[in-house]
Design a protein around this ligand. Sequence first.
Ligand code: 5GP
Ligand code: ZN
Length: 114
Amino acid sequence: MSDCLFCKMVSGDIQPNVVYEDDDVLAFRDLNPQAPTHILVIPKRHISTLNDLEPGDEALMGNLVLTAARIAEKEGIAEAGYRTLLNCNAEAGQTVFHIHLHLLGGRPMGWPPG
Ligand code: 5GP
Ligand code: ZN
Protein backbone atom coordinates (compact mmCIF):
# COMPACT_ATOMS: atom_id res chain seq x y z
CA MET A 1 0.00 0.00 0.00
CA SER A 2 1.73 3.15 -1.24
CA ASP A 3 0.84 5.53 1.59
CA CYS A 4 1.60 3.09 4.42
CA LEU A 5 4.71 3.83 6.53
CA PHE A 6 5.48 0.18 7.23
CA CYS A 7 4.95 -0.85 3.58
CA LYS A 8 7.60 1.76 2.73
CA MET A 9 9.96 -0.04 5.12
CA VAL A 10 9.19 -3.36 3.43
CA SER A 11 9.88 -1.85 -0.01
CA GLY A 12 13.08 -0.14 1.18
CA ASP A 13 11.86 3.43 0.55
CA ILE A 14 12.40 4.02 4.28
CA GLN A 15 15.18 2.12 6.05
CA PRO A 16 14.51 1.25 9.68
CA ASN A 17 17.01 -0.39 12.03
CA VAL A 18 16.31 -3.97 10.93
CA VAL A 19 16.99 -6.84 13.33
CA TYR A 20 15.44 -9.72 11.32
CA GLU A 21 14.01 -10.31 7.86
CA ASP A 22 12.69 -13.29 5.89
CA ASP A 23 10.31 -13.74 2.95
CA ASP A 24 7.21 -12.97 5.04
CA VAL A 25 8.31 -10.95 8.06
CA LEU A 26 10.36 -7.83 8.88
CA ALA A 27 11.48 -6.83 12.40
CA PHE A 28 13.01 -3.47 13.29
CA ARG A 29 13.66 -1.25 16.31
CA ASP A 30 10.90 1.13 17.34
CA LEU A 31 11.74 4.81 16.69
CA ASN A 32 10.35 5.82 20.09
CA PRO A 33 11.25 2.90 22.36
CA GLN A 34 9.16 2.34 25.48
CA ALA A 35 11.63 -0.14 26.99
CA PRO A 36 15.37 -0.92 26.58
CA THR A 37 14.35 -3.47 23.94
CA HIS A 38 11.41 -2.35 21.79
CA ILE A 39 11.13 -4.08 18.44
CA LEU A 40 8.24 -4.21 15.97
CA VAL A 41 7.60 -7.43 14.03
CA ILE A 42 5.44 -6.93 10.93
CA PRO A 43 4.11 -9.06 8.09
CA LYS A 44 5.52 -7.90 4.75
CA ARG A 45 2.01 -8.09 3.30
CA HIS A 46 -0.16 -5.09 4.16
CA ILE A 47 -2.88 -5.95 6.69
CA SER A 48 -4.38 -2.89 8.39
CA THR A 49 -5.62 -4.29 11.70
CA LEU A 50 -6.27 -7.57 13.49
CA ASN A 51 -9.90 -7.17 12.36
CA ASP A 52 -8.76 -7.66 8.76
CA LEU A 53 -7.20 -11.09 9.30
CA GLU A 54 -8.73 -13.90 7.28
CA PRO A 55 -8.67 -17.69 7.31
CA GLY A 56 -5.29 -18.60 5.89
CA ASP A 57 -3.42 -15.98 7.94
CA GLU A 58 -2.81 -18.40 10.86
CA ALA A 59 0.71 -19.36 9.81
CA LEU A 60 1.69 -15.75 9.15
CA MET A 61 0.56 -14.62 12.60
CA GLY A 62 2.25 -17.62 14.19
CA ASN A 63 5.40 -16.61 12.36
CA LEU A 64 5.24 -13.13 13.94
CA VAL A 65 5.07 -14.64 17.44
CA LEU A 66 7.81 -17.18 16.77
CA THR A 67 10.01 -14.45 15.30
CA ALA A 68 9.49 -12.32 18.42
CA ALA A 69 10.49 -15.23 20.67
CA ARG A 70 13.66 -15.84 18.66
CA ILE A 71 14.58 -12.16 18.73
CA ALA A 72 13.98 -12.07 22.49
CA GLU A 73 16.51 -14.88 22.85
CA LYS A 74 19.05 -12.97 20.73
CA GLU A 75 18.44 -9.75 22.66
CA GLY A 76 19.13 -11.59 25.92
CA ILE A 77 15.71 -10.89 27.46
CA ALA A 78 14.10 -14.32 27.09
CA GLU A 79 14.93 -15.62 30.57
CA ALA A 80 14.05 -12.44 32.48
CA GLY A 81 10.82 -12.05 30.49
CA TYR A 82 9.30 -9.79 27.92
CA ARG A 83 5.93 -8.67 26.58
CA THR A 84 4.42 -9.06 23.12
CA LEU A 85 1.31 -7.18 22.09
CA LEU A 86 -0.76 -6.10 19.12
CA ASN A 87 -2.84 -2.93 19.39
CA CYS A 88 -6.07 -2.93 17.39
CA ASN A 89 -7.78 0.35 16.49
CA ALA A 90 -8.25 3.57 18.42
CA GLU A 91 -9.07 2.47 21.96
CA ALA A 92 -6.00 0.23 22.08
CA GLY A 93 -3.82 3.08 20.79
CA GLN A 94 -3.04 1.79 17.30
CA THR A 95 -1.43 4.61 15.34
CA VAL A 96 0.11 2.79 12.37
CA PHE A 97 -2.46 0.82 10.39
CA HIS A 98 -0.26 -2.05 9.24
CA ILE A 99 -0.29 -4.91 11.77
CA HIS A 100 2.77 -4.90 14.02
CA LEU A 101 3.64 -7.01 17.02
CA HIS A 102 5.46 -5.07 19.75
CA LEU A 103 8.27 -6.91 21.53
CA LEU A 104 9.14 -5.08 24.75
CA GLY A 105 11.72 -6.08 27.35
CA GLY A 106 14.69 -5.12 29.47
CA ARG A 107 12.65 -3.71 32.35
CA PRO A 108 9.78 -4.91 34.57
CA MET A 109 6.35 -4.48 32.93
CA GLY A 110 3.28 -3.27 34.84
CA TRP A 111 -0.09 -4.95 34.71
CA PRO A 112 -2.78 -4.10 33.78
CA PRO A 113 -1.44 -2.04 30.86
CA GLY A 114 -2.58 1.57 30.65
P1 5GP B 1 0.97 1.46 17.60
O1 5GP B 1 0.71 2.61 18.53
O2 5GP B 1 0.30 1.63 16.26
O3 5GP B 1 0.67 0.10 18.23
O4 5GP B 1 2.54 1.43 17.37
C1 5GP B 1 3.16 2.14 16.36
C2 5GP B 1 4.64 2.15 16.72
O5 5GP B 1 5.36 2.55 15.58
C3 5GP B 1 4.97 3.12 17.83
O6 5GP B 1 5.60 2.42 18.91
C4 5GP B 1 5.90 4.13 17.18
O7 5GP B 1 6.93 4.58 18.03
C5 5GP B 1 6.44 3.34 16.00
N1 5GP B 1 6.83 4.18 14.87
C6 5GP B 1 6.11 5.19 14.32
N2 5GP B 1 6.77 5.72 13.28
C7 5GP B 1 7.94 5.03 13.17
C8 5GP B 1 9.05 5.11 12.28
O8 5GP B 1 9.10 5.94 11.36
N3 5GP B 1 10.07 4.23 12.48
C9 5GP B 1 10.05 3.28 13.46
N4 5GP B 1 11.09 2.47 13.57
N5 5GP B 1 9.00 3.17 14.33
C10 5GP B 1 7.98 4.03 14.18
ZN1 ZN C 1 1.33 -1.42 5.00
